[in-house]
Write a protein that binds this ligand. Structure first.
Ligand SMILES: C[S@@+](CC[C@H](N)C(=O)[O-])C[C@H]1O[C@@H](n2cnc3c(N)ncnc32)[C@H](O)[C@@H]1O
Length: 197
């Protein structure tokens, strides 16, 4: 079971109710681009041995299901890991960041709309004292649609990875780009087969 919060943040091009699960799977090519071109390139020396994806959606099939954010017995207890990496539900993203930063030993990476860096509440709760070490902006759009991966989808929203390194609080944020052509570089036939069924 997963619990939501009472946030009323408006979500561009997302029609699920604010208290819904917000299941918009990340295109697999976009995840690979981040892992290979950002995480391994920039952070491998810090340790990449254990990663927790706490909002896996379909990828969590076969594993225990619980809430990363919420209250009650379904909230998952801490799992010792070096990294927490996810595309979180948008309305709970700051809560996800705060819990992830309490638990991950090395770093946290969250895939979010680029515009997530705006906003007074996020600034006060997160960015003022804990700016990310790095923001990795996709040059191309990363279309996400409700409940499935659609390689033909398009989107008007821009996405970026916000990456914190635990040993790098209260310093400047570096901005990098995930170069154009990431979809072509990382698309696999197996992804299309998997989501076609
Ligand atoms: C935008 S989707 C991304 C799914 C997956 N992380 C990915 O990248 O494909 C957000 C996911 O967060 C999950 N979710 C929503 N509320 C949650 C909570 N309180 N705790 C854990 N997961 C939650 C939803 O089930 C959904 O799968």
């Amino acid at each position: 079971m997963v619990k939501g919060n009472s946030s009323t943040a408006v979500m561009q091009r997302r029609s699920l109710p604010a208290r819904g699960l917000d299941f918009f799977p990340t295109p697999p090519w976009a995840t690979r681009a981040f892992l290979h071109e950002v995480l391994q390139a920039e952070f491998a020396a810090l340790g990449l041995n254990s990663v927790w994806e706490p909002a896996a959606g379909a990828d969590g099939t076969g594993h225990a299901v619980g809430s990363f954010i919420g209250q009650g017995p379904d909230v998952i207890a801490p799992i010792p890991v070096e990294w927490i990496i996810t595309n979180p539900p948008f309305n709970l993203a700051v809560d996800f960041a705060e819990r992830a930063l309490r638990e991950a030993k090395v770093g946290v990476a969250l895939l979010l709309r680029t515009s997530w860096m705006e906003g007074g509440e996020r600034y006060e709760r997160l960015f003022r004292n804990r700016p990310p070490r790095l923001v990795a902006q996709y040059c191309e759009r990363v279309p996400m649609v409700a409940g499935r991966y659609d390689p033909t989808a398009s989107v008007a929203t821009s996405y970026a990875w916000f990456v914190w390194h635990q040993a790098h609080f209260r310093k400047e944020t570096r901005l990098i780009w995930i170069a154009p052509g990431a979809k072509a570089r990382h698309l696999c036939d197996a992804d299309l087969k998997r989501w076609a069924s």
